[in-house]
Design a protein around this ligand. Structure first.
Ligand SMILES: Cc1ncc(COP(=O)(O)O)c(C=O)c1O
Length: 497
């Protein structure tokens, strides 16, 4: 095969495989010729052919660039090695379990597109981000401590931030020593570290049903056996715990007692105490995911960790919902005996969470700035919550139910009227310009199909009103069209109010 054809085919394959992306500049003919120890004219012939066939375009004086073209890759025989390595077969059991799970949900994952009113992600509203103030904090710390902050740092976190968090948690009732407060790369990392530290394959983990999918995945990746515990209108059915503990001997219970994702509900104070008493009797570890804005003032719900007198609770928190999710700064309040194993595992995972951002967070938090931000978003999200609740009342047909979220929540869960399915309805909802997360993400076994989560924190009130109106139209229209027999309501029946 002539050398120019070999070059052309090779570049074509790189383009077709996406290794060379559109508008990438090809090496100058002179450079490539020198590197391959060829005549420059040979390379020029190859490039001319690439241009002639639409793989590349040339600009005089600038060079040759990859064209924006998607074509099936030509498959010359030398592409396939004799015995190709089967990466699929090489995957760990944990990786396969995560992939299977993702495949099961394929087609139900939606991404918001412009113009669609998206109740999809439980993210905070970026228009409420104090970005400018954070930039000033970042500038300040990089000027004062830049060199040191860009070095490796202790795995437990930037010391002034840990000290600050310890005092801040103390104001929310969580009395912990500084050594017990560890900075993690978002509470998601906290979940992963806990799973790695405590779970052996086959260990049972109790989880609220429904719950946060990221937690289900973290425990599933550690090969846990997930045992769902139903929820009622006021959160976790603590009354079901003793029998489940007897039957499954779980290693731990994962729960979100305040502003639960997806339902938004919070566990009443008396139920919190009952839960801890059961945990004490059964020697059950409790992972408390306290991911939202912490409660303050009258009616505030006390974190489980603040009520725990027996060292049973691991508490996780995060700045993702109060400040910015992009920071990836969260914390874990670990029982003393867990500190060393968690730190060893975190060291393996990432050596340490970036100190620069931790220092900027510490600087930002001076003067109770974090508390002010938490108050601001609580007030705003409270208005959005109220708008959504009255919109649902107005727009959804009878037979629909929904959970009533707590003040510090970000989302609620709707149960569609009997016989409707949230996944089936999604394409129509998208056509009508409204998106939601189908409930199957939040149930260990997928649930009964009728659930959908509406996350309202990131949407201003008029968009919420418009979005619920559209959703109401979609549901009513689906009811009119319905010919299928109703789904049975399974064990994962939704908490309704
Ligand atoms: C309940 C819950 N826990 C943990 C997380 C992960 O948060 P982070 O950004 O701190 O990793 C989320 C994110 O949405 C969540 O909803």
């Amino acid at each position: 095969v002539p050398l120019s054809v070999q070059i052309r085919r090779h570049v074509e394959r790189l383009i077709a495989d996406g290794v060379l992306v559109p508008e990438a500049k090809l090496p100058a003919t002179r450079d490539l010729a020198r590197a391959l120890r060829l005549n420059r004219a040979t390379v020029a012939v190859a490039y001319d052919a690439l241009v002639a066939e639409g793989w590349a375009h040339a600009h005089v004086g600038q060079g040759t660039f990859v064209a924006n073209r998607r074509a099936p890759p030509p498959s010359p025989p030398e592409r396939t090695p004799a015995v190709p390595l089967q990466w699929d077969g090489a995957l760990s059991r944990a990786a396969r379990r995560l992939l299977d799970e993702a495949r099961r949900r394929q087609g139900t994952e939606v991404t918001g597109s412009p113009g669609v009113i998206s109740f999809l992600g439980a993210s905070p509203d970026p228009t409420l981000f104090p970005t400018e103030e954070f930039r000033r904090a970042l500038n300040h710390v990089i000027k004062r401590e830049g060199g040191a902050l860009l070095e490796y740092h202790p795995v437990a976190g930037y010391v002034p931030l840990r000290r600050h968090l310890t005092a801040w948690l103390g104001r929310h009732g969580i009395e912990a020593r500084e050594e017990e407060v560890l900075v993690v790369n978002g509470s998601q990392q906290g979940l992963d570290l806990i799973a790695r530290a405590l779970i052996d394959p086959g260990d049972a983990v109790l989880v609220e049903e429904p719950t946060y999918p990221g937690a289900l995945q973290a425990f599933a990746a550690a090969q846990a056996r997930l045992v769902p515990v139903s929820m009622g209108p006021e959160g976790l059915r603590v009354d079901l715990l003793p029998a489940l503990v007897d039957q499954h001997h779980p290693k731990l219970l994962y729960c979100q007692p305040s502003g639960h994702n997806p339902t938004g509900v919070s566990l009443p104070p008396a139920t919190r105490l009952a839960l801890l008493e059961i945990a004490r009797r059964s020697r059950l570890a409790v992972v408390e995911d306290g991911f939202g804005a912490p409660d303050e003032g009258a009616g505030a719900t006390t974190p489980l960790r603040a009520l725990d007198r027996h060292g049973l609770v691991i508490h996780l928190g995060t700045l993702s919902k109060i400040l910015f999710p992009g920071l990836r700064v969260g914390w874990m309040v670990a029982p003393p005996a867990l500190v060393a194993p968690i730190l060893r595992i975190k060291q393996l995972a990432d050596l340490n969470t970036g100190a620069l951002l931790q220092a900027a967070v510490f600087r930002f938090c001076q003067g109770r700035r974090l508390e002010r931000q938490a108050r601001l978003i609580r007030a705003e999200y409270g208005r959005r919550r109220a708008a959504l609740l009255s919109g649902l009342e107005r727009e959804l047909p009878s037979g629909s139910t929904w959970t009533v979220p707590d003040e510090n929540a970000f989302s609620l869960l709707v149960s569609l009227p009997e016989g409707l399915d949230a996944v089936d309805l999604l394409p129509r909802a998208l056509e009508r310009g409204v998106a939601y997360a189908p409930g199957i993400f939040f149930f260990v076994g997928g649930g009964d199909g009728r659930a959908l989560r509406l996350a309202y924190a990131a949407l201003p009130v008029p968009r919420i009103e418009d979005g619920v109106r559209r959703l109401g139209e979609v549901v009513r229209e689906a009811q009119r069209r319905r010919r299928r027999p109703a789904h049975p309501v399974g064990a994962g029946a939704l908490p309704v109010v």
